[in-house]
Design a protein around this ligand. Sequence first.
Ligand code: AMP
Ligand code: TRP
Length: 338
Amino acid sequence: MTDTTFTPRVFSGIKPSGGLTLGNYLGAIKRFVGMQGQMETVYCVVDLHAITVWQDPKELANMTREVAAGYLAAGLDPSSSILFNQSQVAGHAELGWIFNCVARVGWMDRMTQFKDKAGANAEKVSLGLYAYPSLMAADILLYHATHVPVGDDQKQHVELTRDIAAKFNHDFKTDFFPITEPVIEGPATRIMNLRDGTKKMSKSGESDMERINMTDDADKIAKKFKKAKTDPEPLPETVEGLADRPEARNLVEIYAALDETTPEAVIAQYPGAGWGTFKPALADLAVAKLSPISDEMARFMDDPAEIDRILGAGSEKARAIAEPILRKTYDIVGILRS
Ligand code: AMP
Ligand code: TRP
């Protein structure tokens, strides 16, 4: 094996499977924007991942545009990041198939997200949902990405990507694929549900009151934080006092992430504060940070043709990176190309 060094490159993606949440913004998009300019950045709307569960064909294109609008409104610049939707670069599905033949069923069986999503219904879910992490590995490795910023819930999938790269390299006696680093840092790697601090805030949770959507207006944001579940105690005097208080800790972490500071600094600013003080302050901060973004999202959504143009141009740039990597992969596997 030769010692290959890989150019630093970021890849990440979000599924167009419902409206973007504050979890997506703080755990993913805001951090994507932060990495822009530091190295090459490739950001994707992963529509092929979305259809692992049923998506209404009349809605899917628009939800894809909405995630793209979220990226753009939050500050991703298509001239410094590559921005596209997954299905426009056929190499994702092609490399995904190769990886289906590298990954082992036993590895997939250990994926906690699959177990959570499939639940007792595992016989009835799509085969795609089961193979999902292998497609995710393909997304990342099709670009030889070295860094993958994600929320905490995706850690296991990025670790599986490393296992797939290592097994491919081992089986084919090569060092062609990099061993990618998950980038999971900052106070917002796991934003919790506002009604139950033990569950992740997600697009698909049953009640709208449990999440903040990036498109919620000021009244909705204030109402949702006001009704957010907490325990009866006020905020502690030090951050250690948040241990075993999942709802309180979540609200402090959201504040810290929005204000680009740490939970320690938030507690130092509001030591011993009651919820009647802290919740309105948090709502004001969230509105101040989110409303310019949601206004900008709405502006982008008024011009879908422009979004489509940006995604089309981004797909071309993505293909230019992906095609030689896919071609080389086929060569390594020994597949005839004529
Ligand atoms: P998804 O909406 O499942 O496609 O997630 C897209 C990205 O947002 C992934 O990097 C997730 O880890 C991240 N994300 C989603 N929900 C949350 C959350 N509640 N807290 C932190 N990150 C999240
Ligand atoms: N699986 C990720 C999620 O549900 C989305 C995703 C698909 C992704 N492909 C990716 C994230 C590649 C990072 C890199 O959140």
